[in-house]
Design a binder for this molecule. Sequence first.
Ligand SMILES: Cc1ncc(COP(=O)(O)O)c(C=O)c1O
Length: 439
Amino acid sequence: MDRDTAEPTVDSFPGPRARDRASRHAAVAAPSTHVYEFVWDPTADAIGPYCTDVDGNVLLDFTSHVAAAPLGYNNPHLLARLDEFDLVDPLKFAGQDFYADLGDLPGPTELMERLTDIAPDGHDTVFLSNTGAEAVENAIKICYDARPGAEYGITFEGSFHGRTLGALSLNRSKAVHRRGFPEIAGVSSVPFCEDQTCDPSTCSCGFFPDESGTSWLRRRLGPDGSIDPESVAYVILEPVQGEGGYRIPSEAFMAEVAAVCGEYGIPLIADEIQTGMGRTGEWWGADNYAIEPDVLAVAKGLRVGATVGREELFPDQTGRLSSTWGGGDLLSSMVGALTIDAIQAENLRQNARKRGDELAELLDTSPIVDAIDVRNLGSLVAVEFETKARRDEMVTACAKAGLLTLPCGLKTIRLLPPLDVREREIAQAVARFEDAAEV
Ligand SMILES: Cc1ncc(COP(=O)(O)O)c(C=O)c1O
């Protein structure tokens, strides 16, 4: 497949082989996971955003496997390095590979070194795990540990942080995640900002309830508030809310969160699981704002989970944090580290910002696309529709037109092209989106 000439071509989507595979999978997989109709053929042609499904349809994938494949398919930088690693020997996948030395190839140690290089200043320590939920769980654990006796945590309305019992206690997006499950006590929520231009005098999202500029966060924790700031272990936020509908907050909101955390010495956790790894044009979504998180939770595009922060925040008693498969196997850590290298070597953060802005601008000004709002931070792009029904119709029509997209929030489509997406591919995606809108 030649990336310069590739075109999405769809015969039928989902085709017969995809439907067969999906029903075979559904026979054994937990029913709550039956959501995708896209069945990829990893043995068939794929490059950049183009992949081939099991029915031979060539699709333009603007989901990047829900941000877990930021380099798209068969990235040459990644493949060239992985070729140096003989994948056949099963001993290379032992499991507890913490101290493996692979010479020139990176393993878990090198992955942690790279993470501390690209993390905010002073973040010199990493705990590797396997999933985003674990990265979040361990982020809140180290904060509870670092603030002995602190029994409260602050989260934001609309947030999503994972599905383990601890992480789901922080969720405030969809009822389905939490309903009926036991939760950790003491998690309190305040409004999140969903208007990039919001400030105390114009706020309509509820974070600044009046022109005094006293935010809900400050009211909750201030002298007349219901929670003593000394008893708060952490404030956790997604720099842009993902599952909650790609809500991009204002600078005033972030500045106030940073100010309140700073005043009371409360650790601020940035959940960068969807916004990190260059997606927004910066390494971390938080880098787009004047905030300095104390802890980062990273996963998805990193291939493994990681909790990153300053050493003093981490417990030093052996066994207090641990995991058999922490950092996945050697290959997972290696792919994570090589992904960071490729983003650096190919200047993909700049590309993600430029192409993401282009994509959002073209969709926003399209006379055909009937969206009520198009917004983006780099290559994290949201297209919001009037109703959920219209959004769902568009997701299906886009796939039939050869463009894979994802829903989020109640009536929004999210577009996550690979970070190295090209101008030609953006134009193709917009054309397919317009085709879908006309159906
Ligand atoms: C912002 C955010 N936090 C946490 C998670 C949970 O990650 P995982 O599914 O790897 O547990 C996700 C997953 O979508 C996410 O988007």
